[in-house]
Ligand binder design. Structure first.
Ligand SMILES: N[C@@H](CCC(=O)N[C@@H](CS)C(=O)NCC(=O)O)C(=O)O
Length: 203
């Protein structure tokens, strides 16, 4: 059975939703606030010291986007568009969410990854509402609705859903982005998202 090292209020909730779309799996909760991800036994699984880690039959796999694509190729093929360009467009979103939007968000509390002084941390945090609003506007502009690519859920949708749950803390009012707000509401009608919320992954 697939196992996922995960923690509430982190990007790993993306993979939890995706697995809840129809996979038999088991969560292994990581105490991120307590620093469990920095312990040597965890670092043996993921030397980067982050969640999520998926334990596949062949060993651990890290990076949210790579895990989603692995699930798409193995157990959830319905979440991957058949058309090559649509598939590439889905990846275009996956990369954007991982490389840009998540990083924009991380500047709120994780400034120490990029700088050394408190003043720098504060400056980075101050930029978060603007950068997250820019990311939200970009996604709002391309959302077909009800999901990113129309009527069919893809791997990019759970990832985007996680990001929408971060916007409030990031100083962004989702109501300013009506298509994104409608997307979030639609996702919350899905049993996979409802279970993930009920299990405390979004709080
Ligand atoms: N690029 C990675 C980022 C993973 C990541 O940054 N996870 C955060 C939680 S959102 C984490 O584990 N943080 C723990 C720490 O910084 O010590 C992915 O998408 O899987």
């Amino acid at each position: 059975m697939l196992k996922l090292y995960c923690a509430p209020h982190t990007v790993s909730s993306t993979v939890v939703i995706t697995l809840n779309e129809g996979v038999h799996w088991e969560p292994i909760l990581v105490d991120v606030k307590g620093g469990e991800q920095t312990r040597s036994d965890y670092l043996a699984l993921n030397p980067k010291g982050r969640v999520p880690v998926l334990i596949t039959p062949e060993g651990p796999l890290t990076e949210t986007g790579a895990i989603l694509e692995y699930l798409g190729e193995t157990v959830l093929p319905a979440l991957v568009p058949i058309d090559p360009l649509q598939r590439a467009r889905m990846r275009e979103i996956l990369y954007f969410l991982g490389n840009t939007m998540h990083v924009n968000h991380a500047h709120l509390r994780r400034g120490y990854r990029w700088a050394t002084t408190e003043a720098s941390f504060a400056d980075m945090a101050a930029k978060v509402p603007e950068n997250m609003a820019t990311s939200a506007a970009y996604i709002d502009g391309l959302l077909e609705g009800p999901y990113l690519f129309g009527d069919d859920l893809t791997l990019a949708d759970p990832y985007l859903y996680s990001m929408t749950t971060w916007l409030k803390k990031d100083g962004v009012d989702i109501a300013d982005f009506p298509r994104l707000a409608a997307f979030k509401a639609k996702m919350e009608t899905r049993p996979s998202v409802q279970k993930t919320i009920a299990d405390g992954f979004f709080g």
